[in-house]
Design a binder for this molecule. Structure first.
Ligand code: PEP
Length: 246
């Protein structure tokens, strides 16, 4: 059975004071049954890991190299040394603002796996792409190009996040039926990725998920959790999201 994952993406938010108060407020989370993960700013990975023991901590991005002359980059090897459990690769903000393409993202996926980090590969279409009717082939390409050359020994380390760009930070959540349609399609495509087990790979939904809409999403067979931005910043709503997965 696939375990439900609730993953917070804090983006470039949360200062030290906010992390301290968040950590204090999630001390009572030990009874939750889902996997509770958070990606803070990379400079806070170690702090959050030390302070919030019930949460697995990861990064929002990593380099496609282990080390070298890459000023400002985040080494996946060093992220692992720091205690990161996972890395998010291909978030739509990385694709759109930083111009990351599928070939680069595939290199990042492979490098993160090589360093024993779990990888959440994000895919998602813009509103224009959805309305043009092209979105299914766009999503399929993002998925298959991002997952090229995965070794079978890493099949348990891959998660997918379907994040329609039009639903991120907009308050406009995809309907459970819209999300399930895409998740089923992605699961079908995963069958053709050599080295992966499509049935065992968690596929998370992301885009304006909140405590009041998560249950409708999780009722669907192929929705295995959520990647959450805004609603993961406040400890109460993050805890509620985790509790509602029961
Ligand atoms: C995200 O940034 O991955 C995200 C899903 O954000 P939000 O939940 O705020 O829409």
């Amino acid at each position: 059975m696939r375990k439900v994952h609730i993953v917070g993406n804090w983006k470039m938010n949360q200062n030290l004071e906010e992390i301290n108060s968040f950590s204090g407020a999630v001390q009572d989370m030990n009874d939750i049954s889902c996997e509770a993960w958070i990606a803070p700013q990379a400079i806070h990975i170690n702090l959050l890991k030390m302070k919030a023991s019930s949460i697995k901590v990861g990064a929002q991005n990593c380099s496609n190299h282990d080390s070298g002359a890459f000023t400002g980059e985040l080494s996946p090897k060093s992220l692992k040394d720091l205690g990161a459990h996972f890395v998010i690769v291909g978030h739509s903000e990385r694709r759109a603002i930083f111009g990351e393409d599928d070939a680069l993202l595939n290199e990042k996926v492979l490098k993160a796996l090589e360093n024993n980090l779990k990888v959440i590969l994000c895919v998602g279409e813009t509103l224009e792409e959805r309305e043009s009717g092209e979105f299914k082939s766009i999503l399929k390409n993002q998925l298959l190009l991002g997952l090229k050359n995965i070794s079978a020994s890493k099949k348990g380390d891959i998660l997918i996040a379907y994040e329609p760009v039009w639903a991120i930070g907009t308050g406009k959540v995809a309907s459970p039926a819209q999300a399930q349609e895409v998740h089923a399609l992605l699961r079908e495509e995963l069958k053709s990725v050599s080295g992966l087990d499509a049935q065992q790979t968690p596929i998370l939904y992301g885009g304006s998920v909140k405590p009041d809409n998560i249950q409708g999403l999780l009722e669907n067979a192929d929705i295995d959790g959520a990647l959450v931005g805004g609603a993961s910043l406040k400890p109460d709503s993050f805890k509620d999201l985790c509790k509602l997965t029961k």
